[in-house]
Ligand binder design. Sequence first.
Ligand code: CP
Length: 305
Amino acid sequence: MKYKGLDIISLRDLDRDFLDFLLAKTKEVKEGKWQNSCKGMVVASLFFEPSTRTKLSFDTAIALTGASMIGFSSAGTSSTAKGESLSDTIKTVDQYADIIVMRHSIEGAARRAAEVAQAPIINAGDGANQHPTQTFLDLFTIHELKGGIEKLKIGLMGDLRFGRMIHSLAMALSYYNVELYLISPSILQLPSYYLDYLDSKNIKYHIVEDFVEVGKELDVLYCTRIQRERFADPVEYEKVAGCYEISSKNIDSLSKDTIILHPLPRVNEINPEVDNDPRAKYFYQAKNGVYTRAALLGIVAGNIS
Ligand code: CP
């Protein structure tokens, strides 16, 4: 009941107790406990921006919890296309739903929605800002495969500048005693706001440009796509597009125990020839999104305690 009605907007609003509780309850959901935790409730799923994994794993999670679902999967099929404001859309959906899951292209949209809705808002990604539920499944996967999170050496690679899942994950990992390797081309480095945040939490980090330099150190290599849609200038995107790729040629720069994660979708960052390597865990990671999101829905509903 402690987290009943909690808005899930940014990792900044959360703490280690919440994350540990969510990880424990996700494990129980995965073991078959807490089915129908939202029976009789209505969950709205509002995707103003495209999605495969987040949308469909929430759909599956909603079914697991026994809730009914309403919503839309593109802004074009809602009255947004007629010029309705975000606030009015959310105030309306708030009349129908007990929990609102939303993805939007504008940073801060989920925070704005939480200001006008009575129902808890779950941010399923807002622009280049945050993607908390991706982080929850990432943490769960790391915890499950590595037996914990403390003391791990974790590489965050790719688009650290625009990747909202990186921003959320870096903040979440700062609640644990980890060492980070921030691997990216110089124009895609983690914004200073997040570096300052890591400093404030005394998290040790290294800035590097190529994972082969540090691969043997890593317990986890978390790769991300370069977010073409967030670049104002296509010329800047072309400078860094395809700047790294994990393939059979370089995968043995990693240790035999390094797990490779990726929030997906991928473009060229991981060659499909790597998919059958035992270290490649990204599709397994995507499946954990169902259990994590089902646990989260039950928790904010106040029915998982
Ligand atoms: N990882 C992730 O957010 O994927 P989708 O954009 O397909 O939801």
